[in-house]
Design a protein around this ligand. Structure first.
Ligand code: KIV
Length: 271
Protein backbone atom coordinates (compact mmCIF):
# COMPACT_ATOMS: atom_id res chain seq x y z
CA UNK A 1 0.00 0.00 0.00
CA UNK A 2 1.33 3.45 -0.92
CA UNK A 3 2.00 5.82 1.97
CA UNK A 4 1.31 8.77 -0.34
CA UNK A 5 -2.18 10.22 -0.17
CA UNK A 6 -3.77 10.02 -3.60
CA UNK A 7 -4.50 13.44 -5.09
CA UNK A 8 -8.08 13.81 -6.26
CA UNK A 9 -8.02 15.42 -9.70
CA UNK A 10 -10.37 18.22 -10.63
CA UNK A 11 -12.66 17.30 -13.53
CA UNK A 12 -15.38 19.13 -15.42
CA UNK A 13 -17.84 17.28 -13.13
CA UNK A 14 -16.06 18.66 -10.05
CA UNK A 15 -16.62 22.19 -11.39
CA UNK A 16 -20.33 21.51 -11.90
CA UNK A 17 -20.58 20.15 -8.35
CA UNK A 18 -18.82 23.29 -7.08
CA UNK A 19 -21.36 25.52 -8.80
CA UNK A 20 -24.24 23.39 -7.52
CA UNK A 21 -23.09 23.73 -3.90
CA UNK A 22 -22.10 27.40 -4.26
CA UNK A 23 -18.33 26.97 -3.98
CA UNK A 24 -16.39 29.45 -6.15
CA UNK A 25 -13.94 28.16 -8.78
CA UNK A 26 -10.41 29.63 -8.86
CA UNK A 27 -8.69 29.62 -12.26
CA UNK A 28 -5.34 31.14 -13.33
CA UNK A 29 -3.31 30.95 -16.51
CA UNK A 30 0.08 29.26 -16.78
CA UNK A 31 2.29 28.68 -19.78
CA UNK A 32 5.35 26.78 -18.52
CA UNK A 33 6.41 23.92 -16.22
CA UNK A 34 7.86 25.99 -13.35
CA UNK A 35 4.89 28.32 -12.95
CA UNK A 36 2.34 25.52 -13.39
CA UNK A 37 4.10 23.53 -10.63
CA UNK A 38 3.69 26.43 -8.17
CA UNK A 39 0.13 27.21 -9.21
CA UNK A 40 -0.99 23.57 -9.01
CA UNK A 41 0.79 22.96 -5.68
CA UNK A 42 -0.98 26.04 -4.28
CA UNK A 43 -4.32 24.32 -4.95
CA UNK A 44 -5.79 26.11 -7.98
CA UNK A 45 -8.87 24.42 -9.45
CA UNK A 46 -8.30 25.16 -13.13
CA UNK A 47 -5.18 26.14 -15.10
CA UNK A 48 -5.85 27.87 -18.39
CA UNK A 49 -3.09 27.70 -20.98
CA UNK A 50 -4.42 30.91 -22.50
CA UNK A 51 -3.58 32.35 -25.87
CA UNK A 52 -2.57 35.35 -23.74
CA UNK A 53 0.78 33.51 -24.02
CA UNK A 54 0.98 35.44 -27.28
CA UNK A 55 1.13 38.68 -25.21
CA UNK A 56 2.90 37.77 -22.00
CA UNK A 57 5.29 35.07 -23.22
CA UNK A 58 5.99 36.11 -26.81
CA UNK A 59 5.53 39.90 -26.54
CA UNK A 60 2.93 40.25 -29.30
CA UNK A 61 0.45 43.11 -29.11
CA UNK A 62 -2.53 40.77 -29.63
CA UNK A 63 -3.41 37.08 -29.21
CA UNK A 64 -3.75 36.60 -32.96
CA UNK A 65 -0.19 35.53 -33.96
CA UNK A 66 0.21 32.50 -31.65
CA UNK A 67 0.07 29.18 -33.52
CA UNK A 68 -1.40 25.79 -32.68
CA UNK A 69 2.11 24.29 -32.44
CA UNK A 70 3.13 27.01 -29.97
CA UNK A 71 -0.01 26.48 -27.86
CA UNK A 72 0.70 22.73 -27.79
CA UNK A 73 4.29 23.41 -26.64
CA UNK A 74 3.04 25.59 -23.74
CA UNK A 75 0.23 23.16 -22.88
CA UNK A 76 2.49 20.09 -22.81
CA UNK A 77 4.91 21.93 -20.47
CA UNK A 78 2.03 22.77 -18.12
CA UNK A 79 0.53 19.28 -18.23
CA UNK A 80 3.90 17.77 -17.18
CA UNK A 81 3.72 19.87 -13.99
CA UNK A 82 0.11 19.41 -12.97
CA UNK A 83 -1.10 16.76 -10.53
CA UNK A 84 -4.50 18.10 -9.51
CA UNK A 85 -5.89 20.99 -11.56
CA UNK A 86 -8.02 20.72 -14.69
CA UNK A 87 -5.91 21.96 -17.62
CA UNK A 88 -7.82 23.89 -20.29
CA UNK A 89 -6.10 25.06 -23.49
CA UNK A 90 -7.13 27.90 -25.80
CA UNK A 91 -7.70 27.06 -29.44
CA UNK A 92 -5.73 29.86 -31.09
CA UNK A 93 -7.07 32.29 -33.68
CA UNK A 94 -7.52 30.74 -37.13
CA UNK A 95 -7.67 27.12 -35.98
CA UNK A 96 -11.44 26.73 -35.49
CA UNK A 97 -13.31 29.56 -37.17
CA UNK A 98 -13.14 28.08 -40.70
CA UNK A 99 -15.40 25.08 -40.19
CA UNK A 100 -16.30 22.47 -37.60
CA UNK A 101 -13.98 19.81 -39.09
CA UNK A 102 -11.01 22.16 -38.77
CA UNK A 103 -12.10 22.96 -35.19
CA UNK A 104 -12.30 19.27 -34.32
CA UNK A 105 -8.87 18.54 -35.85
CA UNK A 106 -7.31 21.42 -33.87
CA UNK A 107 -8.93 20.24 -30.63
CA UNK A 108 -7.78 16.65 -31.25
CA UNK A 109 -4.20 17.83 -31.83
CA UNK A 110 -4.22 19.73 -28.51
CA UNK A 111 -5.59 16.74 -26.58
CA UNK A 112 -3.30 14.16 -28.22
CA UNK A 113 -0.07 16.16 -28.29
CA UNK A 114 -0.28 18.01 -24.96
CA UNK A 115 -2.27 15.67 -22.73
CA UNK A 116 -4.55 18.54 -21.63
CA UNK A 117 -8.07 17.90 -20.36
CA UNK A 118 -10.23 20.42 -22.26
CA UNK A 119 -10.15 23.20 -24.84
CA UNK A 120 -11.54 26.74 -24.83
CA UNK A 121 -12.72 28.77 -27.79
CA UNK A 122 -14.16 32.25 -28.25
CA UNK A 123 -17.55 33.21 -29.69
CA UNK A 124 -21.30 32.62 -29.46
CA UNK A 125 -23.89 30.99 -31.69
CA UNK A 126 -21.56 31.29 -34.69
CA UNK A 127 -19.22 28.62 -33.24
CA UNK A 128 -22.02 26.35 -32.01
CA UNK A 129 -21.55 23.70 -34.70
CA UNK A 130 -17.82 23.48 -33.94
CA UNK A 131 -18.48 23.09 -30.21
CA UNK A 132 -21.03 20.34 -30.86
CA UNK A 133 -18.60 18.45 -33.07
CA UNK A 134 -15.73 18.71 -30.57
CA UNK A 135 -17.95 17.69 -27.64
CA UNK A 136 -19.31 14.74 -29.66
CA UNK A 137 -15.72 13.54 -30.03
CA UNK A 138 -15.46 13.40 -26.23
CA UNK A 139 -13.49 16.61 -25.74
CA UNK A 140 -14.79 19.02 -23.07
CA UNK A 141 -15.20 22.61 -24.30
CA UNK A 142 -15.14 25.86 -22.34
CA UNK A 143 -16.80 28.84 -24.05
CA UNK A 144 -15.73 32.51 -23.91
CA UNK A 145 -18.11 35.49 -24.31
CA UNK A 146 -17.97 39.26 -23.80
CA UNK A 147 -14.60 40.72 -24.66
CA UNK A 148 -13.11 38.09 -26.93
CA UNK A 149 -9.54 39.24 -27.66
CA UNK A 150 -9.25 37.24 -30.90
CA UNK A 151 -11.83 39.69 -32.35
CA UNK A 152 -9.99 42.82 -31.22
CA UNK A 153 -9.83 44.24 -34.75
CA UNK A 154 -13.61 43.94 -35.01
CA UNK A 155 -14.17 45.64 -31.62
CA UNK A 156 -11.40 48.24 -32.04
CA UNK A 157 -10.77 48.56 -28.27
CA UNK A 158 -10.41 46.47 -25.10
CA UNK A 159 -13.20 48.37 -23.30
CA UNK A 160 -16.14 46.78 -21.46
CA UNK A 161 -18.52 44.85 -23.76
CA UNK A 162 -22.31 44.41 -23.74
CA UNK A 163 -23.14 47.72 -22.06
CA UNK A 164 -25.87 48.35 -24.63
CA UNK A 165 -29.08 46.33 -24.49
CA UNK A 166 -28.77 44.73 -27.93
CA UNK A 167 -25.31 43.35 -27.21
CA UNK A 168 -26.37 42.25 -23.71
CA UNK A 169 -29.35 40.35 -25.19
CA UNK A 170 -27.07 38.70 -27.76
CA UNK A 171 -24.67 37.67 -24.99
CA UNK A 172 -27.50 36.12 -22.98
CA UNK A 173 -28.75 34.07 -25.94
CA UNK A 174 -25.15 33.12 -26.84
CA UNK A 175 -24.70 31.81 -23.30
CA UNK A 176 -27.72 29.55 -23.71
CA UNK A 177 -26.52 28.44 -27.16
CA UNK A 178 -23.10 27.49 -25.77
CA UNK A 179 -24.66 25.58 -22.89
CA UNK A 180 -26.99 23.72 -25.29
CA UNK A 181 -24.02 22.96 -27.56
CA UNK A 182 -22.39 21.17 -24.63
CA UNK A 183 -19.91 23.65 -23.09
CA UNK A 184 -19.06 22.60 -19.53
CA UNK A 185 -18.27 26.19 -18.49
CA UNK A 186 -18.17 29.69 -19.99
CA UNK A 187 -15.68 32.54 -19.46
CA UNK A 188 -17.32 35.98 -19.24
CA UNK A 189 -14.75 38.69 -19.95
CA UNK A 190 -15.16 42.39 -19.22
CA UNK A 191 -18.92 42.77 -19.10
CA UNK A 192 -21.08 44.65 -16.55
CA UNK A 193 -21.31 42.80 -13.21
CA UNK A 194 -25.12 42.93 -13.31
CA UNK A 195 -25.26 41.19 -16.68
CA UNK A 196 -22.73 38.57 -15.58
CA UNK A 197 -24.83 37.92 -12.46
CA UNK A 198 -27.95 37.39 -14.57
CA UNK A 199 -26.15 35.05 -16.99
CA UNK A 200 -24.58 33.08 -14.11
CA UNK A 201 -27.99 32.64 -12.50
CA UNK A 202 -29.70 31.59 -15.72
CA UNK A 203 -27.09 29.09 -16.86
CA UNK A 204 -26.71 25.69 -15.26
CA UNK A 205 -23.02 25.42 -16.19
CA UNK A 206 -20.44 27.46 -14.23
CA UNK A 207 -19.38 30.88 -15.47
CA UNK A 208 -15.81 32.09 -14.89
CA UNK A 209 -15.42 35.87 -14.81
CA UNK A 210 -12.58 38.22 -15.61
CA UNK A 211 -13.65 41.81 -15.10
CA UNK A 212 -17.24 40.55 -14.75
CA UNK A 213 -17.94 40.96 -11.03
CA UNK A 214 -18.29 38.67 -8.03
CA UNK A 215 -21.49 36.84 -8.95
CA UNK A 216 -19.74 34.63 -11.52
CA UNK A 217 -19.25 31.05 -10.38
CA UNK A 218 -15.49 31.47 -10.55
CA UNK A 219 -12.75 33.95 -11.38
CA UNK A 220 -9.74 33.89 -13.71
CA UNK A 221 -6.72 36.16 -14.04
CA UNK A 222 -3.62 36.07 -16.19
CA UNK A 223 -0.90 34.92 -13.76
CA UNK A 224 1.71 37.38 -15.08
CA UNK A 225 -0.66 40.29 -14.34
CA UNK A 226 -1.71 38.91 -10.95
CA UNK A 227 1.88 38.58 -9.67
CA UNK A 228 2.99 41.89 -11.16
CA UNK A 229 5.31 40.57 -13.87
CA UNK A 230 3.58 42.55 -16.59
CA UNK A 231 5.07 46.03 -16.64
CA UNK A 232 2.56 48.86 -16.28
CA UNK A 233 -0.64 46.81 -16.82
CA UNK A 234 -3.17 47.83 -14.12
CA UNK A 235 -6.75 47.57 -15.40
CA UNK A 236 -9.49 48.17 -12.83
CA UNK A 237 -10.50 44.49 -12.64
CA UNK A 238 -6.98 43.32 -11.78
CA UNK A 239 -5.94 42.61 -8.20
CA UNK A 240 -2.13 42.51 -8.17
CA UNK A 241 -0.94 40.23 -5.36
CA UNK A 242 2.80 40.76 -5.85
CA UNK A 243 5.11 43.23 -7.55
CA UNK A 244 7.49 40.74 -9.10
CA UNK A 245 8.65 43.17 -11.76
CA UNK A 246 10.22 45.34 -9.05
CA UNK A 247 11.44 42.34 -7.03
CA UNK A 248 13.16 40.69 -10.00
CA UNK A 249 14.56 43.97 -11.28
CA UNK A 250 16.10 44.58 -7.84
CA UNK A 251 17.54 41.04 -7.68
CA UNK A 252 19.10 41.39 -11.13
CA UNK A 253 20.65 44.73 -10.17
CA UNK A 254 22.11 43.15 -7.01
CA UNK A 255 23.54 40.29 -9.06
CA UNK A 256 25.12 42.69 -11.56
CA UNK A 257 26.66 44.66 -8.67
CA UNK A 258 28.02 41.49 -7.03
CA UNK A 259 29.55 40.19 -10.28
CA UNK A 260 31.20 43.52 -11.10
CA UNK A 261 32.55 43.83 -7.54
CA UNK A 262 33.92 40.22 -7.67
CA UNK A 263 31.72 39.51 -4.64
CA UNK A 264 29.98 36.64 -6.47
CA UNK A 265 30.94 33.85 -6.39
CA UNK A 266 32.56 33.78 -2.97
CA UNK A 267 34.71 31.00 -1.41
CA UNK A 268 31.65 28.93 -0.46
CA UNK A 269 30.11 29.25 -3.92
CA UNK A 270 32.99 27.64 -5.80
CA UNK A 271 34.69 24.23 -6.01
O1 KIV B 1 -6.00 33.84 -22.93
C1 KIV B 1 -6.37 34.07 -21.76
O2 KIV B 1 -5.57 34.25 -20.84
C2 KIV B 1 -7.81 34.13 -21.52
C3 KIV B 1 -8.26 34.61 -20.18
C4 KIV B 1 -8.06 36.06 -20.06
C5 KIV B 1 -9.66 34.23 -19.90
O3 KIV B 1 -8.58 33.82 -22.37
Amino acid sequence: MSIHKEIKRITTHTLQEMKDRGEKIAMLTSYDFSMATIVDDAGIDVILVGDSASNVMAGHETTLPITLDQMIYHAASVVRAVKRALVVVDLPFGTYQGNSKEALNSAIRIMKESGAHAVKLEGGAEVRESIERIVTAGIPVMGHLGLTPQSIYKFGTYTVRAKEEAEAEKLKSDGIALQEAGCFSIVLEKIPAKLAAEVSKTLQVPTIGIGAGSACDGQVLVINDMIGLTKGFRPRFLRQYLDLYTEINGAVQSYIRDVKAVDFPNEKEQY
